[in-house]
Design a protein around this ligand. Structure first.
Ligand SMILES: [Zn+2]
Length: 202
């Protein structure tokens, strides 16, 4: 879940669309021209109240995901609650998700010299990224499948980056001596193709 805040305190917020209604309480209501139109809106639940921010330009979501502090501008808007539709692929399967928010997971693995020698001899970062709204995983482009201590590679379905890295103070060849492997897919025109990936030493 994305961390959302109002005035620095945690709040519940979700991205929706809704139809704008008039708000007679404000004579200078800035959204009066928009009455009757469907807009992108952020619904905020905070301090026992529910209110709405215009998000057609992303400013509402930007605000609640940056601490909700007063220095992030926003436009309050009044909407008809019965017109609320969540945004994202799950809400409307006919419309593709625009993939506007992301969850990224980074895990750094340490490889030690042996079970008895705790000296680290290599590091590898494993990175996955998915859309926070619809959950679709993202694939890495241009990488071979496998694990290498010389170059970034990825897993077989390309959703996980395996990238070697080293402490800034280490020599450039840190970790390079370690073996890895590459996964090769045999094409349909390859004799004796099994359709199974094979691995080669890297
Ligand atoms: Zn998405």
């Amino acid at each position: 879940m994305t961390d959302t805040r109002w005035n620095g305190e945690p709040c519940k917020a979700r991205r929706i669309t809704a139809v704008v209604t008039d708000d007679a309480r404000f004579p200078l209501y800035c959204a009066r021209d928009l009455v009757g139109t469907r807009r992108s809106v952020v619904e905020v639940e905070y301090g026992g109240e529910t209110f709405y921010l215009d998000d057609e330009d992303g400013s509402g979501w930007n605000k609640v995901t940056h601490g909700g502090s007063p220095r992030w501008a926003h436009s309050s808007i009044t909407i008809a609650p019965d017109t609320i539709q969540p945004r994202g692929q799950l809400a409307d399967p006919d419309k593709p998700c625009l993939h506007e928010n992301f969850d990224a997971l980074v895990a750094v693995a340490r490889i030690t010299a042996s079970d008895t020698d705790p000296t680290p001899i290599a590091y590898n970062a494993n990175v996955t990224v998915q859309c926070a709204d619809c959950g679709e995983p993202f694939r890495w482009t241009g990488l071979r499948a496998g694990v290498s201590h010389r170059q970034p590679m990825c897993n077989i379905d390309e959703t996980e980056l395996h990238a070697p890295l080293r402490p800034a103070s280490a020599d450039p060849d840190f970790g390079l001596g370690l073996p890895g492997f590459a996964v090769t897919f045999r094409g349909p025109d390859t004799p004796n193709s099994t359709g199974q990936p094979t691995t080669t030493e890297q």
